[in-house]
Design a binder for this molecule. Structure first.
Ligand SMILES: [Ca+2]
Ligand SMILES: [Ca+2]
Ligand SMILES: [Ca+2]
Length: 241
């Protein structure tokens, strides 16, 4: 009798553990599972979001008259400032959060909704590259939106020319975002994006990688696990005695 109950308890525990795997929201190598607004693409294993026009030469001030060269998707960024057709509208917002650091002109974002239990943690890495270091009062900026809360990641003047590449004069370099803990369970929404501030020129690009949500067991799953462990403990004690 005892020898049959222990495997039963162990299999209940195994079932409980299998029901709560850690999972990735996205591996960053494709747009699968993401919705996009404006100029967004998966490039070299991560997501890239820009405020570069596909049709206009946004970067002539930087001596780059190659229209569309820094656009990654063929889709133009969306105008900002609210109203139908705006980036805010695409993100389901009626407010204008992108005006927080100066008048914004256009931008893009990538979003995903997913289910996660209370206590789950969001982590990701980001890099902001830019050609927009002419006026600190009109600095483009990149953001993450977590369940409606707009959080500034960095503006163009946080980027260093030491991290320049063939397309951008400065970059912040890859940075890990401090783990964000969801305080409630259910469906969550995250968005990443970048906006032009002051004018639509001088492109900035936000790269996002390693987006992950660490899962914690649901309360009912946890109860099942504890019940399983309790049974094992009881059986072990009986076996000793
Ligand atoms: Ca600017
Ligand atoms: Ca632009
Ligand atoms: Ca700009």
């Amino acid at each position: 009798m005892q020898t049959k109950m222990i495997p039963a308890a162990l299999s209940a525990l195994a079932l409980a553990l299998a029901a709560s795997p850690a999972f990735a929201v996205a591996d960053g190598s494709s747009l699968a599972g993401w919705s996009t607004a404006g100029d967004v693409a998966a490039v070299d294993g991560h997501l890239v979001v820009t405020n570069a026009s596909h049709t206009y030469a946004d970067d002539t001030d930087a001596g780059l008259a190659d229209a569309g060269a820094r656009n990654v998707s063929g889709n133009d960024p969306l105008p900002t400032g609210g109203g139908p057709g705006s980036l805010e509208d695409a993100l389901g917002r009626v407010d204008t959060p992108f005006e927080a650091f100066g008048t914004s002109w256009e931008g893009s974002a990538v979003s995903q909704s997913f289910a996660a239990a209370a206590g789950s943690q969001l982590t990701f890495s980001w890099d902001l590259r830019t050609l927009d270091q002419r006026d600190p009062t009109q600095a483009d900026w990149a953001f993450v939106i977590i369940d409606g809360q707009v959080i500034k990641l960095a503006d163009a003047f946080a980027a260093s020319t030491a991290n320049a590449d063939a397309d951008y004069a400065a970059a912040t370099g890859w940075t890990s975002y401090a783990p964000y803990t969801f305080t409630s369970g259910g469906t969550h929404v995250i968005s990443f994006g970048v906006v032009d501030v002051g004018d639509f020129n001088d492109t900035s690009a936000l790269s996002i990688g390693d987006v992950r949500v660490s899962s914690v067991p649901e309360t009912s799953t946890l109860a099942l696990m504890l019940a399983g462990l309790g049974l094992v403990a009881v059986q072990a004690r009986r076996r000793k005695g």
